[in-house]
Design a protein around this ligand. Structure first.
Ligand SMILES: [Zn+2]
Ligand SMILES: [Zn+2]
Length: 339
């Protein structure tokens, strides 16, 4: 089968690999219907890499799968069933797993980082990570499950009330998912801060009432203008370097959600403003048991994501997709093993 592997630092290659087989009794061998390129894949292929992946591993972690074969101990899936899954595989036995925080698992392995992933034709997945989807769900909707699993876990933390205002810093795919979810949650005003014109166009489609370009306008002033002089009730940093802007733009007593993750960045933040404004700051890392809710949401059809798919390519054309992502001129790049 074809697979896109991490060849060396900053380098990938489309290669032929043997089709994998079930190793454990709870494994599922699945055919990949389609996959998509995540911002993390761009970090993996950067030089120096923002995320360190194993050399030779098949990259990619967002995928829609169809069961081909099941191990002896698999009970909930049969050949032909379709599923999405959380590629961050927790051990189930460490203290954090036992405390209900599998996203903090001490023995976590991730498909597309340490284990073979999605940019391929077949994959082996443990049953516990998989969540069934209907035969009817379009693959191009289900493909959003993995990032939405993470975003839904984060949205769950801030408990938005109907009518509250939200500011999202960063209009990449993640920022767009936040905007659409908060809209569905009944946000009063949704504001987005984004410098790129390409991404700003999607912000409008995502239901943003105003898009601020912080390269040209005073962000804090604009946010105050848009929120009756108060600042936003909820501010999300979807980039990973904007905590200080988030602090400045939140109203007194507001909530800040730090979602974007840049492990190399070190910010100067105005800590006294957190105290003086009595802000609540949430960190949110990947998904925590939110995949069943994510599937429920996707199956409901309430969330319209179709227009975020900007590219459809085959594995052989991976270069086209990753380069568009690297230029910031793509939202969702869907990859089919073949067309
Ligand atoms: Zn992802
Ligand atoms: Zn664990």
């Amino acid at each position: 089968m074809k697979a896109v592997i991490l060849k060396d630092i900053g380098e990938y290659q489309v290669v032929e690999k043997p089709i994998p087989d079930i190793r454990n009794d709870d494994d599922i061998l699945a055919k990949i219907e389609c996959s998509s390129i995540c911002g993390s894949d761009v970090h993996i292929l950067a030089d120096p890499p923002g995320i360190q992946a194993e050399k030779g591993v098949t990259i990619g972690h967002e995928m829609v799968c169809r069961v081909v074969k099941t191990g002896k101990a698999v009970t909930a899936f049969s050949p032909g069933d379709r599923f999405v899954h959380d590629p961050n595989l927790s051990c189930g036995t460490c203290s954090y797993c036992q405390m209900g925080m599998p996203n903090m698992c001490r023995n976590m392995t991730t498909q597309g980082v340490d284990l073979d992933g999605a940019f391929s034709e077949y994959i082996v997945v443990p049953e516990r990570a998989a969540v069934k989807i209907s035969q009817e769900m379009p693959a191009e909707r289900a493909i959003f499950a993995e990032p939405l699993n993470c975003v839904l876990s984060a949205v769950d933390k801030v408990r938005l009330l109907p009518g509250e205002s939200v500011l999202i810093l960063g209009g990449g795919p993640i920022g767009q998912y936040f905007a659409r979810l908060f809209r569905l949650n009944g946000a009063g005003r949704v504001l987005m801060s984004e410098m790129s014109e390409y991404r700003s166009r999607f912000a409008v489609k995502s239901g943003a009432d105003a898009v601020v370009n912080p390269g040209k306008e005073q962000l804090v002033e604009r946010v105050k203008e848009e929120t009756g002089g108060m600042g936003a009730d909820v501010v999300v940093d979807a980039v990973g370097t904007l905590a200080d802007d988030a602090i400045a733009c939140a109203r007194c007593g507001g909530r800040i959600l730090l979602f974007g993750n840049n492990q190399a960045a070190r910010q100067n933040i105005n800590q006294s403003q957190i105290t003086l404004k009595e802000l609540t700051v949430f960190g949110s890392y990947i998904g925590r048991y939110a995949m069943p809710d994510t599937v429920k949401l996707l199956e409901s059809g309430l969330l319209d994501l179709d227009d975020l798919i900007t590219h459809r390519i085959v594995l052989d054309d991976f270069k086209k997709g990753i380069e568009a992502m690297q230029r910031g001129e793509a939202m969702e790049v869907v990859i089919y093993p073949e067309l």
